[in-house]
Ligand binder design. Structure first.
Ligand SMILES: NC(=O)c1ccc[n+]([C@@H]2O[C@H](COP(=O)([O-])OP(=O)(O)OC[C@H]3O[C@@H](n4cnc5c(N)ncnc54)[C@H](O)[C@@H]3O)[C@@H](O)[C@H]2O)c1
Length: 259
């Protein structure tokens, strides 16, 4: 018996580095999984690999009609949603605010922030029909401090925190919990591939060496936290923010001899 037997779990960006890890883990724990992503080839391939309890739906998180169609397809296939993971996200090409193109700002805010707003809006009625459920919004440690050259991304992730807390207040009495996870730097295409042709991938210049846990995060580090937050074990957690960053937000660890 799995923790998510007979539960419909919908993950946006479900073919990405972290999203696919989440999908596989939920599936292994018995869930009916909905791989919602704009990447059609990867989505179909992952659904085919997982088999009966997996559905790919094409979703552009910036488009409200795409959201409504995807939630409806998920519900018709598996029944009302039990879990929504708003995981889809993009990075901006590194640039100071003064030279950041307005279109870059709009694109990043559109996917990372408006996408989460539309997701909660589209999924809430389905979660209610389920008798309750859980939403987790994947924000970032960049939504807790500032990061030079990444204003659109940082602003989008700060805003997701406010949206998370507001949704938690609005939906709590309907037995819907809403929480956020702040990953640190996780080894996925997000950091190993450039955001634009001219960019160096973040992995080329980031070093985990100064931090308390001196390694990159793995998608599974986030997956395990996510499965806990969306399980019945976390039934009293709502509006919370779960930082999984190997100590990045603590700042550099003092150099000392280990004993
Ligand atoms: N990797 C990191 O270091 C890191 C750190 C903190 C937060 N995050 C956040 O984690 C989440 C997952 O990122 P990842 O590391 O798996 O990156 P990734 O690039 O591997 O995956 C992102 C996924 O989002 C999908 N996507 C992009 N635009 C979309 C749209 N308009 N509609 C639907 N899907 C869309 C992509 O197709 C892709 O599958 C993102 O929200 C990201 O901001 C990542």
């Amino acid at each position: 018996m799995g923790r998510f037997d007979h539960r419909t779990v919908f993950v946006t960006g479900g073919t990405g580095g972290q999203g696919a890890s989440h999908i596989r883990a939920y599936h292994a724990e018995g869930a009916d999984v909905v791989i919602a992503d704009i990447a059609e080839d990867r989505g179909r391939a992952l659904a085919a690999e997982l088999g009966d309890r997996a559905l790919y739906v094409r979703l552009d998180v910036t488009d409200e009609s795409s959201w409504n169609a995807a939630v409806q397809a998920a519900e018709e296939h598996f029944g009302p949603l039990s879990v929504l993971v708003n995981n889809a996200g993009v990075q901006n090409p590194a640039a100071p605010i003064e030279t950041t193109d307005r279109r870059v700002w709009d694109r990043v805010l559109g996917i990372n922030l408006t996408g989460v707003f539309l997701g909660i809006k589209a999924a809430a009625p389905s979660l209610r029909r389920n008798g309750g459920g859980v939403v987790v919004n994947i924000a970032s440690t960049s939504g807790v401090g500032g990061t030079a050259m990444y204003a659109p991304y940082v602003a989008s992730k700060w805003a997701v925190r406010g949206l998370t807390k507001t949704a938690a207040l609005e939906l709590g009495r309907d037995h819907i919990r809403v929480n956020a996870i702040h990953p640190g730097v996780i080894a996925t295409p997000f950091i190993t591939e450039p955001a634009a042709d001219s960019d160096a991938p973040i992995a080329d210049f980031y070093s985990a060496e100064p931090f308390a846990i001196p390694r990159l995060g793995e998608p599974s580090d986030i997956t395990r936290a996510l499965l806990f937050l969306t399980s019945d074990d976390a039934s009293f957690a709502t509006g919370s923010e779960f930082v999984i960053d190997g100590g990045l937000l603590l700042g550099p660890a003092l150099k000392h001899e280990t004993v």
